[in-house]
Ligand binder design. Structure first.
Ligand SMILES: [Zn+2]
Length: 484
């Protein structure tokens, strides 16, 4: 018991320290800079994918240096994940013992003591959930991105040369779906209309299980996003009517349910900085419907079966148990957690299908007149600026890996540069202006009417510390010395 208390105290102190720690101490790894580069390998990995595509051919890190960095990441990820798995276990023990105490003493407790006990359990559940989301989602995602960027530095230069040669010799015209002049007249996948019913069923189930956030009540914002989406759809291979809805949710994500049902969460509109980024995301999502990925992945799974699982997760949260994917934490931050509970089969997400949707999405955004780098820039932003915990939902449904980044870049090069490609529009900027007060109001209401989790005992003080601050680079989190 004494030991346990001491450990908690140490861990509390370390959490204060880690927030102040500079990134340069990450992993205790110092890569000696080679004479050509002015910066260390580690510092290049902080750059965006698009910057790295530009820079990589000018860099000359040795195979040895890259290998050492890769090994260091492997060890760093294991250590960091294990640390937070330990935290999960520790919080769970504390929850169990707090519940046992409550049960034992409930008859003789004053109202105030009871409230303190309830708040304590509630906060422990939150901390447990946060540690879990860090261990299972945020930390692995951060390392996925770092490793993918390391791969870009190592492998992109020769691949870039090859890509240029393919263009010069016109062999790129033999690639799959190279017939971009026939978009809308070619067939990517027959019978898209057969998926409409499945999409409608999924929406009904989402509403029935109270997982579907409400719509943003602003006709102009809905109309704007709809206009952009329909413009892209009309320049795509989509053969079913497209329905577009902006949802009142802070989560940074967008989804296509089967059969042409596109959902964009408010958080994504907040995170996007120009119309080509939004267009890139919309084009990517509708590509899943074009290629019927959900239909192919669901096979014999039924909508009812898929939503039974989602309802179970929601039920665990509602009863104050610990959900499998840190949902309590997501809810505390006002996310509805749609991206956390939706079945990846329903969304058509797999590594192969992400590659397909990336390729088609880039083609559709390009064909609709947009700068096709929008999707990559948005992806970069979530990987770099937004911080991994805020992006957990996005990366669950859009896993980061080297191949998708380079294949997207190759497709952009194959399509060729359009001098008048659209990046920003005044309509986008007007939408952002209208969105700002809507976001402010929604956030105020979220504070007044806290999440599902926090309505169980009202007026509790929030935990004194959370392990993660929104926007904090994950490297800082893992840089702290191991608690003994
Ligand atoms: Zn996707």
């Amino acid at each position: 018991m004494q030991d346990n208390l001491a450990r908690r105290a140490v861990s509390l102190c370390l959490c204060e320290v880690l927030i102040l720690m500079p990134i340069s101490t990450s992993f205790g790894q110092s890569t000696s800079p080679s004479p050509v580069q002015t910066e260390s390998l580690r510092s290049y990995l902080q750059k965006s994918y698009l910057e790295l595509f530009e820079l990589a051919p000018t860099l000359h890190f040795s195979v040895n240096e890259i290998q050492k960095q890769r090994e260091s990441f492997g060890k760093g990820e294991d250590a960091c994940v294990n640390r937070f798995k330990d935290h999960v276990k520790r919080y769970q023990k504390q929850i169990d013992s707090a519940r046992a105490d409550l049960k034992k003493n409930t008859a003789k407790m004053t109202a105030e003591q009871r409230k303190t006990a309830h708040c304590n359990i509630q906060n422990l559940v939150l901390l447990n959930s946060e540690a879990e989301i860090l261990a299972k989602q945020a930390i692995p995602t951060a390392y996925d991105n770092l490793n993918a960027k390391l791969d870009v530095i190592e492998k992109w230069p020769p691949l870039y040369k090859q890509t240029q040669q393919e263009i010069a010799s016109n062999t790129h015209l033999k690639r799959r779906w190279s017939d971009v002049n026939d978009i809308g007249f070619r067939e990517i996948e027959a019978k898209q209309q057969d998926d409409i019913k499945r999409g409608q069923q999924a929406i009904e189930e989402l509403k029935r299980s109270h997982l579907m956030p409400p719509e943003v009540e602003d006709k102009e914002i809905q109309d704007y996003v709809n206009t952009v989406a329909q413009r892209i759809a009309s320049k795509s291979d989509l053969k079913v009517p497209l329905h577009v809805v902006v949802l009142q949710s802070k989560e940074i994500n967008a989804f296509a349910l089967p059969g042409g049902y596109l959902f964009i969460e408010r958080g994504l509109l907040e995170a996007a900085d120009d119309e080509s980024e939004l267009a890139g995301v919309l084009a990517h999502e509708m590509s899943h419907d074009v290629a019927r990925h959900s239909y192919k992945l669901m096979k014999r799974a039924t909508i009812a079966g898929i939503f039974y699982q989602a309802a179970q997760v929601a039920a665990i949260v509602l009863t104050g148990g610990v959900a499998g994917i840190g949902l309590a934490y997501a809810l505390q931050y006002g996310f509805y957690g749609l991206g956390m509970v939706l079945d990846l089969k329903l969304l058509g997400v797999s590594r192969d299908y992400e590659l397909e949707a990336d390729k088609l999405g880039v083609q559709y955004a390009w064909n609709a007149g947009y700068d096709p780098t929008g999707f990559t820039r948005f992806f970069d932003k979530i990987a770099t600026k937004e911080g991994y915990v805020n992006g957990v939902s996005w990366f669950r449904t859009h896993p980061a890996f080297y191949q998708r980044m380079v294949e997207t870049q190759r497709e952009i090069l194959f399509l060729g540069h359009k001098p008048d490609a659209i990046m920003q529009t005044s309509a986008f900027e007007e939408m952002k202006q209208k969105l700002a007060p809507i976001t402010a109001t929604a956030e105020k209401e979220e504070v007044k009417k806290p999440s599902l989790l926090m309505t169980r005992e009202e007026g509790c003080e929030a935990p004194k510390k959370l392990e993660y601050k929104p926007g904090q680079p994950i490297e800082e989190l893992c840089a702290m010395p191991k608690a003994k």
